[in-house]
Design a protein around this ligand. Structure first.
Ligand code: GLO
Ligand code: MG
Ligand code: MG
Length: 443
């Protein structure tokens, strides 16, 4: 079972808040106690952690100014790509096991490089898929979602579905068909489409109207195929405002909702919300979650952290307790996850070159999320935050509020009501400072 890549061989376990690392147990969970019941569900089922393949096993530490810093053995030059793919899969499942992470996520191109033709590429992907199926069976680890990489290859430099060339659209469709079917066969719980290069660099060479129509058609095709093959999981779009293109069509949750409505897909497709992408769009993480819930399209989360001083997608592991607690509070307020979960779309900093850093990065993030869940549990159980909001809008449950929303009052009716009443509306405090202090009292 052990891949021999890490120095640790025993899976991490719950050690309690007083845990002190020792040579024998250098890593353990202070807060992540999978069996603990939180608001009626196992902690593991509330959080539904997933480890992503791409940042941990594909990225080699390169940035625009420097190359491979990690030197993972399966990246060695001249190696047989299929053998390297199998080695990578062994190490990946070893990491999932050591972390006691219940799920993983992948792109087709993460698990094995492209072949000479699409047929060869798809076959290679399926061969690794068979290995996944065996490993999943042996370990009980599940697939949170699969996805297709429609952005790395040169053919996709002008987008996939939104490409000016329909042949690129067709190629992308063929790739998605393969991964969607494989995700279905592996019992995946969702299928994700992140925009990749669906956007533009300049309007000087872009027909926006056409591109949006193409994008809508592509998504309809994915939904049609999902039903055709009987895939019961959710189709998720992952909003992001920019990067790699200057303008990404799936800008944020609100934009995606409008797009889904325009193509009749708002009941078919949900969103996968990423912290770093919310920040890049100028929103808080909880804004994107709360809005998706309000619109009925909340699906899953790519859990990571952006740097507030940098304008790009740094994809760091989360470590901000109040921020994650508030995000999870909103998830819980909306009833918690169904098919979604917390996928660590997060990567090590490029100087974290020890194999065990992969374990530590994920383990600390899992522990932070578990601790944040317990804070969110207090917020829900105490109920003071929710009560304040409810009281603030109580008027809308009264006679006047209901009559307005039920369409029983015209503009003229309302003008007449105000005219007749001698009372001026009475402003009430929003109490923000008190609420902020209340949140801190739960930490
Ligand atoms: C990039 C995205 C990317 C997606 C992945 C899965 O900014 O966050 O990592 O999550 O392609 O759809
Ligand atoms: Mg992401
Ligand atoms: Mg990202």
């Amino acid at each position: 079972m052990s891949s021999g890549y890490f120095t640790i061989d025993e899976p991490l376990r719950y050690e309690g808040p007083k845990y002190k690392p020792s040579a024998k147990r250098p890593l353990g969970y202070r807060w992540y106690d999978p069996e603990r019941i939180v608001l009626g569900r196992r902690m593991a089922d509330q959080l539904r952690f997933a480890v992503c393949y791409w940042h941990s096993f594909v990225w080699n530490g390169s940035d625009p100014f420097g190359g491979d810093s990690f030197e993972r053995p399966w990246h060695a030059a001249g190696g047989d790509p299929m053998k390297q793919a199998m080695h990578k899969a062994d190490v990946a499942f070893d990491l999932f096991r050591l972390l006691d992470a219940p799920f993983f996520t992948f792109h087709d191109r993460d698990i094995v490089p492209e072949g000479a033709t699409l047929r060869e590429s798809n076959l290679n992907v399926r061969r690794v898929g068979e290995v996944f199926a065996r490993k999943m069976e042996q370990t009980g680890i599940g697939l949170l979602w699969g996805t297709a990489n429609l952005f790395s290859n040169r053919r996709y430099m002008a987008g996939a579905a939104t490409n000016p060339d329909p042949e690129v659209f067709a190629y992308a469709a063929a790739q998605v068909k393969n991964v969607l079917e494989m995700t279905h066969e592996l019992g995946g719980e969702n299928y994700v489409l992140w925009g990749g290069r669906e956007g533009y660099e300049t309007l000087l060479n872009t027909d926006l109207k056409r591109e949006l129509a193409q994008f809508g058609r592509f998504l309809q095709l994915v939904v049609e195929h999902k039903h055709k093959i009987g895939f019961k999981g959710a189709i998720l779009i992952e909003p992001k405002p920019a990067e790699p293109t200057k303008h990404q069509y799936d800008y944020d949750v609100a934009t995606v909702f409008g797009f889904l409505k325009a193509h009749g897909l708002e009941k078919e497709v949900k969103v996968n919300i990423e912290q770093n992408h919310a920040l890049l769009a100028g929103h808080s993480f909880e804004h994107e979650i709360a809005l998706a819930q309000a619109l009925g399209i909340f699906g899953s989360i790519d859990m990571n952290r952006g740097d507030e001083m940098l304008g790009w997608d740094t994809d760091q592991f989360p470590n901000n307790l109040p921020q994650v607690a508030l995000a999870l509070y909103h998830v819980l307020q909306g009833g918690g996850f169904t098919s979604g979960g917390l996928n660590f779309d997060a990567k090590l900093r490029r100087q974290s070159i020890d194999p065990d850093d992969l374990i530590a990065g994920h383990a600390h993030a899992m522990d932070l999320c578990a601790r944040a869940l317990l804070v969110a549990e207090k917020m829900v159980e105490d109920g003071a935050l929710a009560r304040h909001v409810q009281e603030r809008y109580a008027g809308w449950d009264g006679k006047l509020g209901r009559a307005i929303l039920q369409g029983k009052r015209s503009l003229a009716d309302l003008a007449a009501i105000v005219d007749k009443s001698s009372l001026e509306p009475k402003p009430v405090s929003g109490r923000q400072e008190r609420l902020e202090a209340l949140v801190n009292s739960y930490l």
